[in-house]
Design a protein around this ligand. Structure first.
Ligand SMILES: [Zn+2]
Length: 412
């Protein structure tokens, strides 16, 4: 086995669950796991600088290949020396494969394919489209993406232009973007698709996994500095999930396997942990497991207990921009991770002189009141989103530190 750019060292294995603490060493520093990875979709964690991100304790950033491919284009990022360099972030970086967005912004738009299909709230990408303000693109993106055995044809959300992603293309783009950890190209299906479709799709995802691995190994320079994670799919079906976990964990080319694993899929919320349980009973323990697109604190805790190591999601940062912040709920004596969501736009905070959270060590809580936050949102001042983003990401960092302490102490 050739030297790989990342290593994964397990520190503590829980006796009570599948939880573990570990360290992922990358060429740009360490990630203590379990960890939440903030999302910088378009090579920026919206509304904050990398210095703020570092100060609040975040260790890595995940960006989206789909968005960076469309804008500014991988050649521009490469010319800067890669994703970390262009955004002035010196820590570890991840990029996803673009598969989820190609499908959720193409095929699935209007069919409500999001991470959680049964939830009543608008899906991630529908909100994302509204935020992006690209009207022409939104209309054109409604034209369904076309999947064939080689790849997916989709429309740009920016200008409606047609694009074609194959596994090779996704890997080449991710090599240009240059993140430390990249993902194989996969098809993310809706749980509403019939089993026949899920089977066909899974075969395709498995073939694409091999093509992704081959394409990565072929580029020896990129291969030596970037780790590639394979993605497990299989919808809500136990046999398919297990088959996928087995296939992806055993897949090799020239004796080289994936460096870690992503667990993908669009879930009915109640199905998610069952699927994760099936998958992690098969994936080898000695490599990191990333649960894609999951970031609700209560879901993260469940994912940790099922043996997942890293998580990413836009939710904590998106919520912050719309005025919703996490606050620990210390009145709940049964759940040590209990928290509540506060909406700072609520009129009851307009003269509240306390911080967002009493005792919180973040920059925002040390310096500003709820009344000021309420005013910033009401006045449409952008600082509101920045300050709330700092608080929410600090909350996530603290949550994960607590999770690691609990695992190390044998209590989770
Ligand atoms: Zn705070």
């Amino acid at each position: 086995m050739k030297d790989r750019p990342i290593t994964f060292s397990i520190k503590t294995r829980s006796q009570k669950s599948r939880a573990r603490t570990a360290v992922i060493k990358t060429p740009h520093g360490e990630i203590k796991t379990p960890a939440f990875i903030p999302v910088g979709t378009k090579s920026t964690v919206k509304s904050i600088t990398p210095e703020m991100l570092k100060d609040l304790g975040a260790e890595a950033v995940l960006s989206n290949t789909y968005h960076l491919y469309l804008q500014p284009g991988p050649e521009i990022i490469k010319a800067h020396g890669g994703l970390g360099k262009i955004m002035n972030w010196s820590g570890p970086t991840f990029t996803d494969s673009g598969g989820f967005q190609a499908f959720s912004l193409g095929v699935a738009l209007g069919k409500n394919i999001t991470k959680f299909t049964s939830s009543a709230r608008p899906g991630y990408d529908e909100i994302s489209l509204k935020e992006s303000g690209h009207k022409a693109g939104i209309e054109n993106a409604m034209i369904p993406a076309k999947i064939d055995e080689e790849g997916v044809m989709f429309r740009s959300i920016i200008d409606g232009s047609a694009h074609y992603f194959t596994p090779k293309k996704s890997i080449q783009i991710q090599q240009d973007l240059g993140a430390d950890i990249i993902f194989a190209f996969d098809e993310c299906t809706s749980p509403h698709e019939p089993i026949e479709y899920q089977k066909r799709s899974l075969d395709r995802t498995h073939r694409w996994a091999l093509e992704s691995l081959k394409s990565h190994i072929e580029n020896t320079e990129a291969f030596s500095r970037q780790a590639l994670f394979g993605i497990v799919q299989g919808g809500r079906h136990e046999d398919l999930r297990k088959e996928s976990a087995k296939f992806i964990s055993e897949l090799s080319h020239d004796g080289i396997e994936f460096d870690g694993y992503g667990i993908g899929g669009s879930f009915a919320k109640e199905d998610m942990m069952t699927a994760v349980h099936w998958v992690n009973s098969i994936l080898p323990e000695n490599k990191p497991r990333h649960l894609l697109g999951i970031g609700e604190p209560s879901d993260i805790i469940k994912g940790v207990m099922e043996g997942c190591d890293t998580f990413d999601c836009v939710m904590p940062t998106r919520n912050a921009r719309t005025g919703t912040v996490f606050v620990n709920d210390n009145t709940d004596t049964k759940d040590k991770f209990a928290y509540i969501n506060l909406n700072l736009k609520n009129a009851k905070y307009k003269d509240d002189m306390g911080p967002i959270e009493e005792g919180c060590g973040c920059y925002t809580c040390k310096n500003y009141t709820r009344a000021y936050m309420n005013h910033l949102y009401k006045a449409g001042e952008m600082l509101g989103g920045t300050l709330a983003t700092i608080h929410n990401l600090y909350f996530m960092v603290q949550l994960m530190e607590k999770v690691r302490r609990e695992i190390d102490a044998g209590r989770l």
